[in-house]
Design a protein around this ligand. Structure first.
Ligand code: SF4
Length: 195
């Protein structure tokens, strides 16, 4: 059965799509992680279906658009759900590969204004070549630059913008990632690699 929302700890995660412009080497979709939750979708949900699937939203600390794919493919639904969640007084976040301009065209960051509190952009690597070797974007190496530009642009419209990188890339790469994050003016979150 399709799972549109699921709870881990005190956060609710929203699974809008299985589509993604990347095919990252470390993607949880390549592993058995979360297998029992049923994140492979037969049907991409409407906003109403997502909202109806919320359990105990009142107790949630944050609602995160994440799931088994790139949430920006469902921008309209994500914004509708985010507006509902914000109306309930809960903070919202999207975890994205930052390729919205290549997927949907320009102008996405301003649409997030007032609906998303945090945009977490997966930095993943510190060069276009390294990014492509790791993430295999269908857009090629320009995906890396589009991702950096997306983060910069989001800063104008969203209270908190963060880059993330997985810990397995090593200390030197993480240090370079910190420099890139500082140059863009955002924080860097080093996250644990989930198998
Ligand atoms: S961007 Fe995210 S969903 Fe897409 S392949 Fe990479 S890790 Fe998986």
């Amino acid at each position: 059965m399709d799972t549109y929302t699921y709870t881990i700890g005190n956060k609710i995660y929203v699974n809008l799509t299985n589509r993604c412009s990347n095919d990252c080497e470390f993607c949880v979709r390549r592993t058995d992680a979360f297998k029992e939750i049923g994140l492979w979708l037969e049907h991409e949900p409407t906003a109403e279906e997502v909202i109806n699937s919320f359990e105990n939203l009142d107790a949630a600390e944050e609602v995160v658009f994440c799931g088994y794919g790139e949430p920006m493919y469902r921008l309209g639904v994500m914004l509708e759900v985010a507006e509902y969640v914000k109306g309930k007084g809960k903070p919202t976040r999207v975890n994205t590969n930052g390729q919205a301009a290549l997927i949907l065209g320009e102008g996405v960051p301003e649409k997030l204004c007032g609906k998303l509190d945090t945009v977490n952009v997966s930095l993943n690597a510190t060069t276009a070549k390294g990014y492509q070797e790791l993430c295999h974007s269908e857009f090629g190496e320009k995906a890396f630059y589009a991702m950096l530009d997306f983060a910069k642009e989001c800063k104008k419209y969203v209270p908190k913008v963060v880059f993330s990188i997985v810990d397995v890339v090593g200390e030197e790469e993480i240090a370079r990632a910190r420099d890139i994050a500082a140059a863009v003016g955002v924080d860097l979150r080093v996250r644990r690699y989930v198998r």
